[in-house]
Design a protein around this ligand. Structure first.
Ligand SMILES: Cc1cc2nc3c(=O)[nH]c(=O)nc-3n(C[C@H](O)[C@H](O)[C@H](O)COP(=O)(O)OP(=O)(O)OC[C@H]3O[C@@H](n4cnc5c(N)ncnc54)[C@H](O)[C@@H]3O)c2cc1C
Length: 316
């Protein structure tokens, strides 16, 4: 910790810095112990300098989007959590004479919240993103996860991603569709957290009527509200679907009567068996025990090994 404080006092970048910052305040689960430091750079330049300097000093880094898919341990995260929320620019690019209805690109910073991008796209009359409306998450985190809503996944939209690679180079990666699959992106392989940092992305969008775009957005929000997504803090679905089973993980857990199972304040939601919620003051260890319990039960009774979608991070 003294090395980290010294590093932060010396590094001359525009950023807000908080020491010993409870991660519970930065995750949708409202769970998680302290990060040694949470640093939110104000610009891409400041971010690139921070990452380069920390790597030189051997300080570990964790890249935080909106924290909507994380279970952070009770001991928290050692090193620096880099909060990307200020990288939220967005602009539209269009070729000189696009064919009608085609050819527009939305270029946005990794920290942009998807719902905010949807609202901007609506204002510009651009369609493509609206199925992601009301899904909590940033653009960077959603690319990392290859988030998927209503049969559309991020890989369907992305044209290229600008990254800061682990060697410190800023490069554009054009989409190679074969590197992406159900809830998997190339960023998850090899070094994940602390590996390639997504800075921005270029998404394909097209001109459409704002009434239709707005109607889809309202429908998606209403559906999530009706399914209880926002009733209590959660990280959305806990387990990925195993597509060979022909049944979503929620239905499998439901079939085993898991709704309402509780450990401490960690609860399998009574309204959706694949959404586990923090019903009060759940700890990460409560939630982990509940995840393990569900996983063991499914394996014992059905021989199916469910894969968590929620990312378990921090010191154990
Ligand atoms: C109520 C609710 C509903 C949800 N519904 C859905 C749904 O329908 N579909 C779905 O797919 N998910 C859903 N989720 C999960 C979550 O919204 C998505 O996984 C989202 O894409 C996570 O984005 P994030 O910015 O919060 O990422 P975080 O949780 O902050 O991070 C996730 C991972 O991405 C990495 N990361 C984040 N930003 C960057 C970056 N710039 N560069 C490199 N790595 C980075 C992090 O290090 C971490 O490993 C839901 C969650 C909630 C709470």
């Amino acid at each position: 910790m003294p090395t980290l404080v010294k590093f932060l006092s010396k590094i001359n970048i525009e950023a807000s810095i908080a020491l010993d910052e409870p991660m519970a305040q930065h995750t949708s689960f409202h769970i998680g112990g302290p990060a040694d430091a949470l640093v939110a750079p104000e610009s891409e330049g400041a971010l690139v300098r921070l990452v380069a300097a920390a790597r030189e000093e051997g300080i570990s880094l964790f890249f935080l989007g909106a924290g909507a898919n994380l279970l952070v341990s009770d001991s928290g995260i050692r090193g620096i959590v880099v909060d990307l929320r200020q990288l939220a620019s967005a602009r539209i690019e269009a070729p000189a004479s696009p064919p009608r209805g085609e050819g527009f690109q939305l270029v946005a910073g990794a920290g942009s919240r998807l719902s905010e991008l949807c609202e901007r796209a609506l204002a510009w009359g651009l369609s493509g993103l609206e199925n992601f409306y009301a899904m909590p998450g940033s653009l960077g985190g959603s690319l990392f996860m290859n988030a998927r809503c209503y049969e559309v996944e991020m890989a369907d939209l992305v044209m290229s991603v600008t990254i800061l690679d682990p060697r410190g180079e800023v490069r554009d990666l054009p989409l190679r569709r074969e590197d992406w699959s159900y809830k998997r992106s190339p960023f998850q392989s090899g070094e994940s957290e602390g590996g390639a940092l997504i800075l921005a992305a270029r998404l394909a969008v097209k001109k459409a009527g704002d009434r239709e775009i707005g109607a889809t957005m309202r429908m998606r929000l209403a559906d999530r509200e009706a399914k209880g997504h926002f009733r209590l803090p959660s990280a959305g679905s806990v387990f990925k679907n195993d597509r060979t089973l022909g049944k979503p993980s929620g239905a499998i857990l439901d079939g085993l009567g898991m709704r309402g199972t509780r450990i401490g304040d960690a609860l399998v939601s009574p309204w959706h068996a694949n959404i586990f919620v923090n019903a009060g003051r759940a700890t990460a260890s409560d939630m982990l025990c509940l995840i393990d319990l569900a996983k063991d039960r499914v394996f014992r009774e059905l021989g199916v090994d469910l894969e968590p979608e929620v990312r378990l991070v921090g010191e154990r």
